[in-house]
Design a protein around this ligand. Structure first.
Ligand code: PLP
Length: 430
C-alpha cells in the first residue's frame, strides 16, 4: 500500500477499510495481488448489479471498441446513444407507461442530482428544497446541501443553503407520520419553512442506514407535494436499476415522481453514467444551459443497452431478486435473533438488506473482521451502525449463501459465539 499512502490524498476512504491491492474481479468475487479472493457484498455501493466484468456485457463492449465506435462524443447524436435511447424507451419506459424526457447531465450520480435541483428551481422560481433526515444525494455543492450528515456538509467550507430537512419515515418513531408534519409546515406561513421548489427523496435510504420508507408514507408524500404544487424528485441512484426487484424502486409504490435520477448500476458494467428523467411538461431547459464535456458516455450507452437487452426483456431477474432478497433477510434475521441481547435488527427490500448493530464501533469491527475472513461489506447510518449488504443481483444462490455464511461466522467471531469452522473453511482464500 506504500504508493497509495505516500501519494494519494488523505481523502481516500474505501482503501483504508480494505487495505489490499485489488487486481481482478469476476461476478461476485474480487481478487487481490496476492491471489486472495473476496466475496463482494459492496459492489461499488450498488454499481455492479450484474456483477464484476459481466461476460455478456463485456463482449458487447469489446465488440464496440473493436469496431472503432465513438468513445467520446460530447452530447453529439451517436449510434450508441440512439440505440440506448430506443432500448430504454422500449424496455423500461413504455411497458411501465412512463412518459419522461431523458437528460444526460454528466457521468456521476451527483451530476444528476445537481441537474434535478437546478431544474426544479428554474421551473418553480423557488429556491428552497425539502430533503430528509439521513438522506444522501452526493457531495457537490447543490447535492451536498440536501445530504443530511453534518460532517459531510461541513467539508464544503461555506454554508450549504436552500434546503430544509424534514424527518424521514420512522425517524420520530413508528407511529408518527412525518408527511403530516410536512403538510402542516407547508400549510402554515408561520412555520418558518419557505414553500419549496421540490422534495427530494430516496425510497430506501442507502447511506443513511438502509431506512425503508413505507409505501403508505411515500404515497402521502406525493399527495402533499401535489397539494402544495411542489415537485417530487425520486433519487433512485442507489436502489434503482433492479436493486429492490423492480427496475425503479418506486414502481410498486404507485407514485409518479416529476423527476427521477439514476446512476450507479445504470451502465451495467461499472462505467460512470447517470441520467435525469423529466416529465415532458417540466423539460424547461434551454439549449446548453446545463453543459459539460462528459455528457455522452458512449461506452456506457453500449453496456447499458446490453444490460437492458440481457436482463430486462422479461421478469426473471425481478423474480430472482425478490427470492434472493427474502433469503438474505431470513439469514440476517437469524443473525439478529442470535444477538437479540445486543438489540440487532434487520431491514431492507429486495437485495439491499441492512443488519442494524445499534453500535457503530461494533459494526466497524464486524466489517473489518469480515474483510479478514474474505467478505467485503460497508457500514451505513449516522453512526455507521448498520451493516449494508449489496451483493450483485445476478449472484448464484450458492455464492450468496457462502457470503451469508461468512457474515454469520464473522458476527459470531466478533460477538464471542460459536464459530462454525467448516463454514469459514469454505471461505474464499485460494
Ligand atoms: N444519490 C444517492 C441516493 C446515492 O446513493 C449516491 C451515492 O452513493 C449519490 C446520489 C451520489 O452519486 P455519486 O457518488 O455517483 O456522485
Amino acid at each position: 500500500m506504500k504508493i497509495f499512502n505516500q501519494l494519494e490524498s488523505n481523502v481516500r476512504s474505501y482503501c483504508r477499510l480494505f487495505p489490499t491491492v485489488f487486481k481482478t474481479a469476476q461476478g461476485a468475487f474480487l481478487e487481490d495481488k496476492e491471489g486472495r479472493q473476496y466475496v463482494d457484498f459492496l459492489c461499488g455501493v450498488g454499481t455492479l448489479n450484474y456483477g464484476h466484468n459481466n461476460p455478456q456485457i463485456k463482449e458487447r463492449l469489446l465488440r464496440y471498441l473493436d469496431s472503432d465506435g465513438i468513445v467520446h462524443g460530447l452530447d453529439l447524436a451517436t449510434v450508441a446513444k440512439e440505440e440506448f435511447l430506443e432500448t430504454f424507451a422500449a424496455t423500461i419506459l413504455q411497458p411501465r407507461q412512463l412518459n419522461y424526457k431523458v437528460q444526460f447531465p454528466g457521468p456521476t450520480g451527483t451530476n444528476a442530482v445537481e441537474a434535478s435541483l437546478k431544474l426544479a428551481r428554474q421551473i418553480t422560481g423557488r429556491e428552497n428544497v425539502i430533503a430528509f433526515s439521513n438522506g444522501y444525494h452526493g457531495v457537490t455543492l447543490g447535492s451536498l446541501a440536501t445530504t443530511a450528515k453534518a460532517s459531510q456538509r461541513a467539508a464544503a467550507g461555506i454554508p450549504t443553503t436552500g434546503v430544509n430537512f424534514i424527518p424521514y419515515d420512522g425517524y420520530l418513531g413508528e407511529d408518527i407520520d412525518t408527511t403530516e408534519y410536512l403538510d402542516k409546515v407547508l400549510s402554515d406561513v408561520g412555520s418558518g419553512v419557505t414553500l419549496p421548489a421540490a422534495v427530494i427523496v430516496e425510497t430506501i435510504q442507502g447511506a443513511g442506514g438502509v431506512n425503508v420508507a413505507s409505501y403508505q408514507w411515500l404515497r402521502s408524500l406525493e399527495k402533499v407535494c401535489r397539494q402544495h404544487d411542489v415537485l417530487l424528485i425520486a433519487d433512485d441512484i442507489q436502489v434503482g436499476c433492479g436493486r429492490t426487484g423492480s427496475f425503479f424502486s418506486f414502481e410498486e409504490v404507485g407514485i409518479s415522481p416529476d423527476i427521477v435520477t439514476l446512476s450507479k448500476s445504470l451502465s451495467g458494467f461499472g462505467l460512470p453514467f447517470s441520467l435525469v428523467l423529466i416529465k415532458p411538461e417540466f423539460d424547461r431547459w434551454k439549449a446548453g444551459q446545463h453543459s459539460g464535456t462528459f455528457r455522452g458516455p458512449n461506452l456506457a450507452f453500449v453496456t447499458a443497452k446490453a444490460a437492458l437487452d440481457i436482463y430486462w426483456q422479461d421478469d426473471n431477474l425481478s423474480i430472482a431478486v425478490k427470492q434472493k432478497g427474502s433469503r438474505m433477510q431470513l439469514r440476517l434475521e437469524k443473525i439478529a435473533k442470535n444477538n437479540w441481547e445486543s438489540g440487532f435488527s434487520v431491514r431492507g427490500r429486495g437485495m439491499i438488506q441492512g443488519l442494524d448493530c445499534k453500535d457503530g464501533n461494533l459494526a466497524d469491527k464486524i466489517i473489518r473482521t469480515a474483510f479478514a475472513n474474505g467478505l467485503i461489506m460497508e457500514t451505513a447510518g449516522a453512526q455507521g451502525q448498520v451493516i449494508r449488504c449489496l451483493p450483485p443481483l445476478t449472484v448464484s444462490e450458492e455464492i450468496l449463501e457462502k457470503g451469508l455464511d461468512l457474515l454469520e461466522n464473522t458476527v459470531n467471531e466478533v460477538m464471542g459465539k460459536t464459530v462454525y469452522k467448516e463454514l469459514v473453511d469454505v471461505g474464499v482464500s485460494k
